[in-house]
Design a protein around this ligand. Structure first.
Ligand code: C2E
Ligand code: MG
Ligand code: MG
Ligand code: MG
Length: 270
């Protein structure tokens, strides 16, 4: 017994590991209170068409911690997912984004803009998710056709038929569906054909390597032509340079998002 335990025992007294666990536990406690304390905000990052005109924006959650300052989503979204807090936070982002949509709809120059909202797989799989979306649309008066829900391929590792059924229910509300970070997950082309998607987002890792790496360029080209064949809208994310934009444009990319056009901001300047 003692012999068996000896070698595989995890050392819980490593001060570094313990320090990290403590910091994470504290972050979780703080995140639970962040919404009520007004520490959360939604930033919007512009999306443009081939001529550079703004067509909408992606809503991105921001957390300003009273002591730690800005905490990146890559750090707090996983905690929110593990604790299921993301269900509450996600609904809040959705509501904020829909209110923004209504505000844009009232101004002629922004009336046609869309808003994209990230939906965590944890949130998507909640049985009341479709009702939640419907309730927010009703509450805010936002036009469903201008709301894009961004989901990721990681959804599909669970029950593809269930995911498909839920997507169909969402489409029945009139909202649009976008597949975020495309090409990085379990992208099964068979599912792509069966899902009622409206848009594919080319992941920023391919855009970043576009000009240096032939394989990335080939993947981007393939995603763009695949989107065209499946009659899906295609948007590239993480566009930082004009050279990347030109390369994407020459391959027929329709829409663009990235630091080249604007950072995520509290409000988008006209
Ligand atoms: P994402 O949905 O793929 O969002 C795009 C991320 O790329 C954002 O990071 C954005 O700031 C960043 N980005 C945009 N343009 C560029 C660029 O040109 N260069 C580079 N290097 N980065 C660029 P952010 O805001 O840190 O968010 C990271 C991820 O956190 C998001 O990736 C999304 O998966 C998640 N996230 C953010 N807000 C929410 C939310 O409200 N709900 C959920 N479930 N997830 C969210
Ligand atoms: Mg996204
Ligand atoms: Mg993305
Ligand atoms: Mg991403």
């Amino acid at each position: 017994q003692a012999k068996r335990g000896g070698r595989n025992q995890v050392c819980f007294f490593d001060p570094q590991v313990q320090g990290r666990l403590k910091a994470r536990a504290q972050l979780e406690i703080d995140l639970r209170q962040a919404l009520g304390r007004g520490e959360l905000a939604v930033a919007y990052q512009r999306q443009v068409d081939a001529r550079g005109g703004t067509v909408g924006a992606e809503a991105l959650l921001r957390w300003r911690h009273p002591q730690r300052g800005k905490v990146p989503p890559a750090e707090f979204i996983p905690i929110a997912e593990q604790t299921r807090l993301i269900v509450e936070l996600g609904e809040w982002v959705l509501e904020m984004a829909c209110r923004q949509l209504v505000a844009w709809a009232e101004v002629p120059t922004t009336a046609g803009w869309t808003v994209s909202v990230n939906v965590s797989p944890v949130q998507f799989r909640e049985s009341r998710f479709v009702d939640q979306v419907q309730a927010v649309l009703t509450r805010t008066g936002a036009a469903p056709s201008r709301l894009k829900l961004e989901v990721t391929e990681s959804l599909l590792i669970h029950d593809p038929d269930e995911v498909r059924a839920r997507m169909i229910a969402l489409k029945a509300l009139g909202v649009r569906l976008s597949l975020d970070d495309f090409g990085t997950g379990y992208s099964s082309l068979a599912y792509l054909r069966r899902l009622p998607l409206d848009q594919i987002k080319i992941d920023q890792c391919f855009v970043r390597e576009l000009l240096e790496d032939q394989a990335s360029a080939a993947i981007v080209e393939t995603i763009i032509s695949l989107s065209a064949s499946l009659k899906l809208e295609v948007i590239a994310e993480g566009v930082e340079t004009a050279a990347q934009q030109h390369c994407l444009a020459s391959r027929g990319c329709q829409f663009y998002q990235g630091f080249l056009y604007g950072r995520p901001e509290a409000s988008i300047a006209l």
